[in-house]
Design a protein around this ligand. Structure first.
Ligand code: C5P
Length: 222
């Protein structure tokens, strides 16, 4: 029997990747972080000093770019042209520029094509912004994760402080709100809940509560 696909969408910092990875682990499914793919391309474009709003040029760059997502012990590893860029793509510069690259239709078209191939055989948990609406519109389970911007900012703040990285709560909050605005208001495949997605507000939930909730839904849809 073909295994189901699970689409998880939502705004920045709603806990998508943590939750998606744990759900995938539990089900022995493959976890695919589509944000990492947009981040990898953005990283490469910045290195090459390519105009981040030039869709056709970015598409050309993407055509000669290999992005691999590999399962690691603790985290997923991201390889850009066979180089491990797992940490590089989380940089401040990439984070605050990725939305410009991600709103180019030429870029999205190719990314969506690659993502569909990855989910072709089923058994995938994929997270992003347009998975339920564009990448896997026929997936058996769609989840839309939300949380207040304050909660998302304080989670991110804590994450950074725990890693020993200096951070300012208000700056983080403003940056998250700005990235949401760009992702929600863009013309191509904006961040929006699919009509048939189950919305989960994680503001006052623990990670394991969210994971359990999704596993329950997955059981019902399998
Ligand atoms: O998920 P993450 O925060 O790493 O995503 C980084 C950025 O990539 C998002 O802010 C968004 O601009 C873009 N993205 C997207 N579509 C996806 C996943 C990510 O446009 N499916």
């Amino acid at each position: 029997k073909k295994r189901i696909n699970i689409a998880i969408d939502g705004p920045a910092g709603a806990g998508k990747s943590t939750v998606a990875r744990q759900v995938a682990d539990y089900l022995s499914f493959l976890y695919i972080d589509t944000g990492a793919m947009y981040r990898a391309l953005t990283y490469k474009a910045i290195e090459r000093e390519i105009d981040l709003e030039n869709g056709p040029l970015l598409k050309e760059l993407l055509n000669e770019t290999i992005i691999d997502l590999k399962v690691g012990e603790e985290e997923q590893h991201v390889f850009l042209d066979n180089k491990d860029v797992t940490t590089d793509i989380r940089s401040y510069n990439v984070t605050n520029n990725v939305s410009f690259v991600a709103r180019q239709s030429e870029v999205r078209e190719e990314m969506v094509k690659r993502q569909k191939v990855l989910a072709d055989k089923g058994g995938v948990v994929m997270d992003g912004r347009d998975i339920g609406t564009h990448v896997l519109p026929n997936s058996e389970l769609k989840v839309f994760l939300i949380a207040s911007v304050e909660e998302r900012a304080s989670r991110r703040y804590k994450e950074l402080i725990d890693k020993g990285i200096e951070a300012d709560y208000n700056t983080i909050k403003d940056e998250i709100a700005l990235r949401d605005k760009r992702d929600t208001e863009r013309e191509v495949a904006p961040l929006v809940k699919a009509d048939d997605a189950s919305e989960i507000d994680t503001t006052s939930m623990t990670i394991s509560e969210v994971v359990d909730c999704i596993l329950q839904l997955a059981k019902e849809r399998s």
